[in-house]
Write a protein that binds this ligand. Structure first.
Ligand code: SF4
Length: 309
């Protein structure tokens, strides 16, 4: 068979025949770590007179995940009529939007690697096709950039709680064993998000291992309040954090509606009627906040406004 004429191949062919194999060879798992053609915005809304349309979706050619929900690298591909780094400008814009630290461009001949963290010197370099970095190499740079201590790294890397609803949860589940790591975790999360809410145990049946006893809950809450006062973007009101120490709040669950993943609406506490519930141990902060707000607590009202509006 005559040698393949790379320049006649489409961008998709370049991905399938050159880029994906190079990434796989570097140790990335195709099923769990590599996602292709990832749409990440519905496009901006364009208004022309009375006509409202949406702009084009944006689509990253590849996003690589160190763990589910930890996107760490983005690759933009071009066909082989382009230079190897021609996709870099677009890749950097996407990476900025998605807050992804490591960025690659490729035309199937090799890669241009741009390290947005600044850990790698020089910041931008050319790699041959066989030299794509492994997950461990990129994670080591990420860890160095974030200054992650081993115990915080363990929490960051632990699996997210997944309720089976098919959506990516954006919260960390931390149990009594590693509750002491929460202050470090809050410092880690603070620059990444515009705000953080804390909640304690929601008394699901048979999830007792997640309950943090009141003595530990109280001292942890003291530390969380201290961090809030020092400027860490914790959105819970101080009143709610104080009330959660010993559950001195009266639940008014009828103020809340909630929805199942299939869209079925429920009125009141989600757990009622589903399981035996032990309200005395409940640490579900949205109910704490709204119950306090109903009782006239100004900090709780302000927290609700800040979180939801
Ligand atoms: S009724 Fe209120 S206190 Fe009881 S479990 Fe539900 S949210 Fe928690």
């Amino acid at each position: 068979m005559p040698p393949i004429d790379k320049r006649s191949l489409s961008e998709r062919d370049i991905c399938t025949k050159f880029i994906t194999p190079a990434v796989r060879k570097a140790g990335w798992d195709e099923m769990t770590q590599i996602r292709e053609e990832v749409g990440f915005t519905k496009g901006r809304i364009i208004v022309r007179g009375k006509l409202v349309t949406r702009g084009k979706d944006k689509r990253a050619d590849y996003i690589l995940y160190f763990k589910p929900n930890i996107p760490i690298a983005l690759i933009e591909a071009k066909d082989n009529n382009h230079a190897v780094g021609d996709g870099m400008q677009q890749a950097l814009e996407y990476a900025e939007t998605l807050q992804i630290p490591f960025v690659f461009a490729s035309n199937g001949d090799g890669f241009v690697f741009h390290d947005r963290t600044g850990v790698t010197a020089p910041k931008e370099s050319n790699l041959v096709l066989d030299a794509f970095p492994s997950p461990a190499e990129l994670w080591a740079k990420y860890r160095q950039w974030k200054g992650l201590k081993p115990k915080t790294e363990r929490v960051v890397l632990q699996d997210y709680y997944d309720d089976g609803g098919g959506k990516s949860p954006r919260y960390y589940q931390v149990n009594a064993v590693n509750a002491a790591e929460i202050p470090d975790l809050l410092h880690y999360l603070d620059p990444l998000f515009s705000g953080i809410t804390i909640q304690f145990y929601y008394p699901y049946h048979q999830r007792d291992e997640l309950f943090l006893d009141f003595a530990h809950r109280s001292s942890l809450l003291d530390e969380i309040i201290r961090l809030k006062r020092s400027g860490v973007k914790i959105l819970n009101s101080e009143s709610a954090l104080q009330a959660l120490k010993n559950n001195s709040w009266t639940c008014r669950d009828w103020l809340i509606d909630n929805a199942d993943p299939d869209g079925t609406l429920h009125h009141g506490c989600y757990l009622k009627g589903r399981t035996d519930i032990d309200c005395a141990r409940c640490g579900f902060s949205p109910h704490t906040e709204i119950s306090l707000a109903f009782g006239g607590s100004l900090p709780a009202i302000r927290a609700g406004l800040r979180i939801f509006f």
